[in-house]
Design a protein around this ligand. Structure first.
Ligand code: PEP
Length: 250
């Protein structure tokens, strides 16, 4: 049985005071929900957010991590540092990291290994561009990113990995994949995982959809059999929009 999982990626937004206030509002919205709820503030706000969510059902995520553990890596943040600040889940492979910061499948795979080896969880993002979708390559691209990202990842570690399907053309654009389109890709991704590992692990894999999820489309998306959660960008920055998403089933 897969546990539904709603996550908010705040990206490069909020200073500490704003972050603490938004986290408090999310805690309120998440009161009594039985599925997982996570917020991923910027690194600089993690320290301010931790006491706000401590002892609640809201989990703390980071938006990235270094593939290295320590040393001469100016500007990088290690998983040890993140764990020290209460982070339990790290988002990796986001399309903004891939496209703007040129993160390759190989680097993302290295990061996945580093995060999992540290005992943390991963939200692993995959998704095709508009050109790739229009060329009929959406499934192939997702499969390739998935296979490359999971190279060497042991079956025993897969329960600490959530997959997020985020079509690049739907992120921050107001365009959402139709629930059927998203469900089809999720099903294909699950099939790939079954081939790489086994059908039980594939069946247990939690797959989030991300790309312009809003209060008015979340229910329809979440109703699909292969959509187990949402990774939310823009709409996670306000309690008015993230609250109803968090409470999509109540
Ligand atoms: C994201 O960046 O992960 C995302 C899905 O953004 P948005 O919800 O704004 O499309």
């Amino acid at each position: 049985m897969r546990r539904e999982f709603i996550a908010g990626n705040w990206k490069m937004n909020t200073v500490t005071k704003e972050a603490a206030a938004l986290a408090a509002a999310v805690v309120k919205a998440a009161e009594g929900v039985s599925h997982r709820v996570l917020i991923a503030p910027p690194y600089t706000a993690l320290h301010a957010v931790l006491p706000v969510i401590s002892g609640t059902n809201v989990e703390l995520g980071a938006q990235n991590a270094s593939c290295e553990l320590a040393g001469a890596h100016t500007g990088e943040i290690s998983v040890t540092m993140l764990a020290d600040l209460g982070v339990t889940v790290v988002i990796l492979g986001h399309s903004e990291r891939r496209q703007i910061y040129f993160e390759t499948d190989e680097l993302i795979n290295k990061k996945i290994h580093t995060v999992l080896a540290a005992g943390l969880e991963v939200i692993f993002c995959v998704g095709e561009t508009l050109d790739e979708r229009e060329a009929g390559r959406a499934v192939a691209v997702v499969e390739e990113q998935l296979k490359n990202g999971l190279v060497g990842v042991d079956a025993s570690q897969l329960s600490r990995l959530t997959l997020a399907y985020e079509p690049v053309w739907a992120i921050g654009t107001g365009k959402t994949a139709t629930p059927d389109d998203a469900d089809e890709i999720h099903a294909a991704a699950r099939k790939t995982v079954a081939t790489m590992y086994n059908s039980e692990l594939a069946e247990n894999l939690v797959v989030q959809y991300g790309g312009s999820v809003k209060p008015d489309n979340v229910r329809e998306l979440m109703a699909k059999p292969n959509i187990d959660g949402a990774l939310v960008g823009g709409a996670s920055l306000s309690a008015d929009s993230f609250g109803p998403i968090v409470r999509f089933n109540s």
